[in-house]
Design a protein. Structure first.
Lengths: 198, 160
């Protein structure tokens, strides 16, 4: 009986444990299909110091509002060792606009110079704890590990890029590049909930 | 004659004018004053949505049905649009077309990072999301959609 109660307690804890990464956690690498049908992993980037992993998609107005800012992040930080890796976690059956063909069109139209990957099983979004688009995880490479250093929004104003006061992702990456601790490690933003498979 | 004409003109068009939903733009603290801080036994059901959010738009009729069912039982719905303030007209048109009642607000809360946790620390910021308040206290929060059944049951449980 005691054993059963213990088991129930363990199960309850497992069921209610917060999913996703906390700051300082080791993030998993992945092997996901890019829009050119080639597989991409973090391990492919031998010279990277870290990554700006962005869960994003085609259809979401917030993702659209941030598209140019995501491109700018890659342009600015790829050369410094922090490339953007965009991942679309949405179920294309739930949102046809988020299918591979439309991803290819978007990437071509906007000249994405970074991978735009399909998280077909949605396991990476779930493991990372992504909940909405866009949702960013800044990872720092440490030996063979990828440590989560920042999680949340790109900046504090989705509506108007010119009115942004705090560039959260840039501040985080700048701090990491300078060997300083990240000041704001977690932020929240309104976004489109990830469309999970039913 | 012209008086009658004018009168009939007014009579004809007044209802249309009245039916146009006016959407107030509020700050986060104004929203708190209107729902979270109300010290009475009305259950305030606050639904966060946006016209661009398909799952939100899909679940709105559930809230309208629930309002019809429970409005005489001290239940008030507040539909809080998270559309950009630039889209106020669009929200008003939507609220009119869908006959969203009794109240639609557009939240101009500034940096969401400053107020999302105040609604609920478990909220990631994804919508739809629904909070309920009674006697100045939060009695319920849910991120994601609510079925009619689930919403009705929650209202009945929390409105006691």
């Amino acid at each position: 009986m005691k054993k059963l109660a213990f088991l129930a307690a363990v199960l309850a804890v497992t069921a209610f444990a917060p999913s996703g990464y906390n700051i300082g956690d080791k993030a998993t690498d992945f092997k996901l299909k890019n829009i050119d049908n080639k597989m991409v992993s973090l391990a492919d980037y031998k010279d990277a110091k870290g990554f700006i992993v962005v869960f994003t998609c085609n259809h979401c107005p917030f993702a659209k509002a941030y598209e140019d800012r995501i491109i700018a992040l890659d342009t600015k930080y790829k050369a410094k060792g922090y490339p953007v890796i965009a991942i679309n976690p949405n179920d294309p059956i739930a949102v046809p606009e988020d299918n591979l063909a439309t991803m290819q069109q978007r990437a071509k139209a906007k000249n994405y110079a970074f991978p735009y990957l399909v998280d077909e099983t949605q396991n990476i979004a779930k493991t990372y704890g992504a909940t909405r688009t866009p949702h960013v995880f800044v990872l720092q490479k440490s030996g063979i590990d990828y440590i989560v250093k920042y999680e949340g929004a790109i900046d504090d104003n989705s509506d108007d890029a010119s009115a942004v006061k705090e560039k959260y992702v840039e501040n985080a990456v700048d701090a990491l590049l300078a060997g300083k601790p990240v000041t704001t490690t977690t932020t929240k933003a309104i976004g489109c909930g990830i469309k999970w498979k039913s | 004659m012209s008086l009658i004409r004018r009168a009939s003109f007014i009579l004809l068009f007044t209802p249309l004018v009245l039916l146009q939903n006016h959407v107030n733009v509020v700050t986060f603290s104004q929203l708190e004053t209107q729902a979270a801080l109300k010290q009475n036994d009305t259950l305030y059901v606050v639904n966060f949505w946006a016209t661009w959010c398909d799952p939100c738009v899909k679940e709105l009729p559930n809230f309208q049905q629930a309002y019809k069912k429970y409005k005489t039982h001290k239940v008030k719905m507040i539909f809080v649009s998270l559309n950009s303030q630039k889209e106020l007209e669009k929200v008003e048109q939507f609220a009119t077309d869908k006959a969203l009642v009794p109240e639609v607000l557009l939240l101009n809360g500034g940096n969401p990072n400053n107020w999302i946790d105040k609604v609920d620390s478990s909220w990631s910021g994804a919508i739809p999301a629904t909070a309920m308040y009674r006697h100045g206290k939060k009695v319920y929060f849910h991120e994601g959609e609510l079925t009619q059944d689930n919403l009705n049951k929650t209202i009945e449980t929390k409105n006691k």
